[in-house]
Design a protein around this ligand. Structure first.
Ligand code: HEM
Length: 152
């Protein structure tokens, strides 16, 4: 169960990152060229937020099952001396939660904005902030914070 969740959580990270890059690209080119905000743009906005929400749910499930998180909440004093455990228990989870809140607000705001150029601008700004937060908190093999493989 736990290894399946970690596998899914690791895999879904790629869908989150790729969909965000694509959404940011569309928002940027849409704003620059002043083209209309199409149905396809709206789908990209919607699905990018949905993929992040799926990852949020998997993340919460991982959090409830992870042996290191259980250790953290049982023996917080000792666990705080272990950076890797502290990273996932507090830093990773909180930054990702914040990023998904930012993404959700941006998506909801963009949906309601008028005219179309404001939709693109809102999506660009909020999705870009969410992307930076997510990129920093992902344990890439090259991250100075914590490393995990690209694929499980
Ligand atoms: C966009 C959101 C997120 C992304 C892209 C993401 C990505 C990742 C990645 C790539 C890993 C390493 C998996 C591995 O071991 O190979 C990981 C680990 C983990 N994530 Fe997330 N995560 C996100 C959100 C969350 C959230 C919201 C939570 C909890 C509320 C969470 C909890 C965890 C935990 C506890 C681990 C480590 C588990 C362990 O090593 O025991 N994640 N995450």
């Amino acid at each position: 169960m736990y290894s399946t969740l970690i596998f899914l959580h690791s895999l879904t990270r790629w869908f989150v990152v790729i969909s965000l890059i694509y959404a940011i690209y569309r928002a940027y080119t849409g704003f620059k060229s002043q083209r209309p905000f199409s149905k396809a743009d709206n789908s990209v906005r919607h699905w990018t937020a949905t993929i992040a929400h799926v990852q949020l749910i998997i993340g919460i499930l991982v959090y409830t099952q992870s042996p290191s998180i259980k250790y953290f909440w049982k023996h917080s004093k000792e666990a705080l001396q272990n950076w890797d455990v502290t990273f996932y228990s507090l830093v990773h989870a909180l930054i990702m939660l914040l990023a998904i809140v930012v993404l959700t607000i941006g998506s909801a705001k963009a949906k309601r904005m008028e005219p179309d150029s404001e939709k693109f601008k809102t999506m660009l700004l909020w999705f870009f902030i969410a992307f930076i937060l997510i990129f920093i908190a992902i344990p890439w093999p090259f991250s100075p914070l914590s490393n995990r493989p690209y694929f499980r």
